[in-house]
Design a protein around this ligand. Structure first.
Ligand code: DCP
Ligand code: MG
Length: 413
């Protein structure tokens, strides 16, 4: 159980996907040159006649069988896998060398990331070929393998390149899982399996353990992640400082990092699940008030204004309902958020609720210049309301049912 739990709230496990494209640059080259399918492909610099300097950016899995790998000197790659010339193109033991074309790879990457944003709200893009996706709010573990398989297929159909996906209750394990069965991998590690999945692995597989740390760990008699998990935490902290505690936690399957989108977010939300589904509308409202406080604290910290305020209500088994209300201008007004949220929840009174979320979106970010905010301090939808009545959501276009929108992208069964 993780440490994020609040009293009365399940310290629920999340469902995190790590998506990592297979031999990405080489796959991009194959996408536009299908004759390269299943052939050894090396993408790099410095292999042309007369050039000797340069390095391998990546190699296809067929080329890796010849000992070619990322960051290798191109001269060494050429020794292991001679460059194909017209006459010997049919030979298996020759490599098809291509120059790096970043602009092209970036355009393919954008197509991949677009698919991810289409199927999930919470996406953290980590690099050109890697991203984390948190789907806890819309899936249970029983649905996770099908979701991941569909996502892989959809990336392949849409962007034309293969991905490996790891699914796990947290980021560090999801990353290990995506790498576990490459290429074309799909590895799902459920909360029950996490310790046994990690235990036999080399400590090098953990985030934060490089070759030097791995060597030090070995000198302490620690080879596997399982052995690391059995060590005294204090021994690791003494030796490696804060990072020692971190790798200990990862080894035990704990990682509380949130999948936080980088850059300015499009929305900010907080969610909370009940230990058991509840029909108690007072409890539901209390929980919502707390979520409003959490989310508006975050917006204040980031100097964010919001125009759209929404709730998410998950009813058993995992039905996700979203409702939102859009104001005519951006505001920073926690009391207004609370009124809107409490108004939106009325529709669900008497229904069993498993999980709640509060989201503000349509964000704009301001310098801390209060004067410029004052014009927008009150939304126009409220300006004629003097009786303090809750602002009514304008039932039409601003109210969206995310569940419907999302299932049109994916079938889950
Ligand atoms: N890259 C690079 N130089 C490196 C490592 C990587 O230029 N030393 C580039 C080329 C890769 C891309 O970054 O295609 C993504 O890096 P990965 O580590 O994910 O490697 P690949 O996607 O190529 O292979 P894998 O299937 O192992 O993910
Ligand atoms: Mg990759």
């Amino acid at each position: 159980m993780n440490d994020r739990s609040l009293p009365g709230v399940t310290s629920e496990e999340r469902i995190v996907l790590h998506v990592d494209m297979d031999c990405f640059y080489a796959s991009c080259e194959r996408r536009r040159e299908s004759a390269l399918e299943e052939k050894p492909v090396v993408v790099g610099m410095g292999y042309e006649a007369g050039e000797t300097h340069g390095a391998v950016a990546t190699a296809s899995y067929e080329a890796r069988e010849h000992g070619v790998e990322s960051a290798q000197a191109i001269s060494q790659a050429l020794t292991r896998l001679p460059r194909a010339v017209d006459a010997d193109e049919q030979e298996e033991a020759v490599g098809h060398y291509r120059p790096v074309d970043m602009a092209y790879y970036e355009s393919v990457s954008e197509e991949v990331k677009a698919v991810l944003h289409e199927v999930a709200d919470t996406v953290r893009e980590v690099s050109i070929d890697e991203a984390y996706v948190d789907v806890s709010d819309r899936l249970g573990w029983e649905g996770a393998p099908v979701f991941a398989r569909n996502l892989k297929a959809r990336i392949h159909e849409t962007a034309g390149v293969p991905a490996s996906i790891g699914v796990a209750p947290n980021m560090s394990t999801a990353k290990i899982a995506s790498d576990h069965d490459k290429p074309d991998g799909l590895v799902v590690v459920t909360p029950d399996e996490i310790r046994s999945f990690l235990a036999p692995l080399d400590t090098k597989r953990l985030h934060g353990v490089g070759p030097v740390t791995a060597r030090e760990l070995r000198s302490m008699g620690i080879e596997t992640v399982g052995e690391l998990a059995q060590t005294d935490r204090s021994r690791l902290v003494d030796r490696f400082g804060a990072r020692g505690g971190e790798i200990y936690d990862y080894a035990r399957g704990h990682d509380d990092r949130d999948v936080e989108p980088v850059g300015d977010p499009k929305s900010l939300s907080n969610e909370s699940a009940f230990t058991e589904p509840t029909e108690d509308s007072d409890r539901v409202r209390d929980r919502l008030r707390r979520l409003v406080e959490q989310v508006t604290t975050r917006t204040a910290r980031r100097n964010a204004l919001y125009k759209t305020i929404g709730i998410k209500v998950v009813t058993p088994p995992f039905d996700v309902h979203t409702r939102s209300h859009t104001l005519s201008g951006p505001v920073n007004d926690p009391a207004l958020v609370e009124r809107i949220v409490l108004d939106l929840i009325e529709e669900f009174d008497g229904r069993s609720v498993r999980k709640l979320g509060v989201r503000v979106s349509n964000l704009s970010f301001v310098e801390t210049d209060q004067a410029s905010l004052n014009d927008w301090e009150r939304p126009t939808t409220e300006s004629n309301g003097t009786d303090g009545a809750p602002v009514k959501p304008d039932g039409g276009s601003a109210t969206e049912n995310e569940c419907t929108r999302q299932t049109s992208v994916f079938e889950f069964t």
